[in-house]
Design a protein around this ligand. Structure first.
Ligand code: BG6
Ligand code: MG
Length: 213
């Protein structure tokens, strides 16, 4: 299908900024504390999914069963470690081409949105100094159902006042690509083609779109 891109909606972690590595380090530390290992391959399953769901997957990997109070404690601990990394972040951690591409879209009259599962998204945008590059910010605090449900992207399209079929999503997670397709939007995978098989096309990073013009 050929579509006119009137709005571009971006995932945050792994597309605009490399926070994926900090999520991974914090989850790995938690797994190690509970006596099991957590690999980068395991981490692919956590990309794009909510904090609570990520913890459930982690517990499955470690074959651990814990009560709800322990779950809350574990999620809070992971977030505390994650925030330690985030507080130290600055604009040098914006991924190559991301700020430039957002700027170019703006100059070309394309609306820009953020569609992230993270409840820390506003804090991260603030740390990076790029909040003003987005016309709408939808994060994990604004929707109930997280990716692969389409809600986060549909909410962003509604806030941008652009019909879903004129929106293109940029995503590094399989769950995010599925969410975009369920929303009836174009889906550009950002990362390794092997991890993003359902995407309409895959790029290595937003810098590639600056090269092609
Ligand atoms: C997504 C990440 O963007 O946000 C996931 O890809 C993460 O790995 C999820 O679990 C929730 O993030 P947070 O910051 O609310 O714990
Ligand atoms: Mg992501």
């Amino acid at each position: 299908m050929i579509r006119e891109m009137r709005a571009a909606i971006f995932d945050l972690d792994g597309v605009i900024v490399d926070t994926a590595k900090y999520h991974y380090l914090a989850w790995k530390r938690l797994a190690n504390e509970y006596g099991f290992d957590f690999t980068e391959a395991d981490n692919e399953r956590l990309k794009g999914v909510s904090r609570v769901r990520s913890l459930e997957i982690l517990l499955e990997i470690g074959r651990l069963r814990v009560d709800e109070i322990t779950k809350d404690k574990m999620a809070a601990q992971k977030n505390e470690w994650y925030l330690d990394y985030i507080q130290r972040m600055d604009s040098s951690e914006i991924l190559p081409g991301a700020a430039e591409y957002l700027g170019r879209l703006h100059s070309n009259g394309v609306r820009t949105g953020l569609g992230s599962a993270s409840k820390n998204a506003p804090l991260i945008l603030d740390r990076l100094g790029i909040s003003s590059l987005f016309d709408a910010v939808v994060d994990g605090n604004k929707v109930q159902r997280t990716k692969p449900a389409p809600d986060v992207f549909l909410r962003a399209a509604a806030e941008l006042e652009i019909s879903p079929d004129c929106c293109v999503v940029f995503e590094d997670a399989e769950a995010g690509i599925q969410a975009a397709l369920r929303a009836g939007m174009g889906a550009v995978g950002v990362g390794e083609p092997a991890n993003l098989k359902e995407a309409d096309m895959v790029i290595g990073g937003l810098f590639q779109l600056m090269i092609v013009g």
